[in-house]
Design a protein around this ligand. Structure first.
Ligand code: DX5
Ligand code: ZN
Length: 228
């Protein structure tokens, strides 16, 4: 069974920056709609990635839905610049704010079109964020420690996805569940079965020769998988 409604968002972090235009064309030719754009500030996470300037260049040249994941200590000020540069969805970290409601409302105040997501690190439980789900467009479950691509998927993320899926469906909420980190053809199907709506995938997608085929494998779930 192929889950047609699952969104795959390739993570720019894993692209070949010496051939960026070819990489973006490869995604567009493969029917990719969402581009996952990781912003790191060297403070909330040790690494630094890219900011608003590069986002604007991409937005002006490639027609994606820009899924911007901000791993930064000051989410409100970063979000403003990234929205001005063309972000469609801003996902900040729950661990980066003392007041999630304030952060959500502040980001929404910058643009009537902006979608707002919140992300939780592997050590943060779903119970802590349940109360915010009705105010969010997306909840991002990190299946690795944020800050770098190419890490191994943490299986505990599957329980979190299941818990979120049940709560969202039982309460009729309009909040997507996204998972990010270590997604490949095995973990991707597991995450889809657990109830994820959006799969972020960097290393696996950009290392593949045929992106369309790799995406198909990511979202291919076997109803009779002996593991379930
Ligand atoms: C990690 C980033 C991810 C990362 C995923 O901090 O948020 O988006 O690029 O990369 P892979 O798919 O290689 O784990
Ligand atoms: Zn990310």
């Amino acid at each position: 069974m192929r889950k047609e409604n699952v969104i795959v968002a390739p993570s720019l972090l894993a692209a070949d920056f010496l051939h960026l235009d070819e990489e973006m064309q490869r995604l567009l030719d493969s029917g990719v709609k969402w581009l996952h754009y990781d912003v790191m500030d060297g403070h909330f996470v040790p690494n630094i990635s890219f900011g608003a300037g590069i986002l604007k260049k991409l937005k002006d040249n490639y027609d994606f839905y820009y899924d911007v994941h901000i791993m930064v200590s000051n989410p409100e000020s970063s979000a403003k610049k990234l929205i001005d540069a063309g972000a469609d969805l801003i996902t900040f970290h729950y661990e980066a704010t003392d007041d999630p409601i304030f952060t959500i409302e502040k980001i929404r105040s910058y643009s009537s079109d902006i979608k707002v997501g919140m992300s939780i690190k592997p050590m943060t439980s779903v119970d802590e964020v349940i109360e915010y789900l009705d105010k969010l467009d997306l909840l991002l479950v990190m299946s690795v420690e944020p800050g770098a691509g190419g890490q191994k998927f943490n299986l505990e993320a599957l329980d979190k996805i299941e818990q979120l899926r049940s709560y969202i469906d039982e309460n009729g909420l309009d909040c997507l569940v996204e998972v990010d980190g270590g997604i490949n053809d095995q973990t991707g199907s597991d995450a889809v079965l657990a109830g994820a709506d959006v799969l972020v995938s960097g290393t696996y997608i950009f290392n593949s020769l045929d992106i369309q085929e790799s995406i198909d494998k990511l979202i291919e779930v076997d109803d009779y998988d002996e593991n379930y």
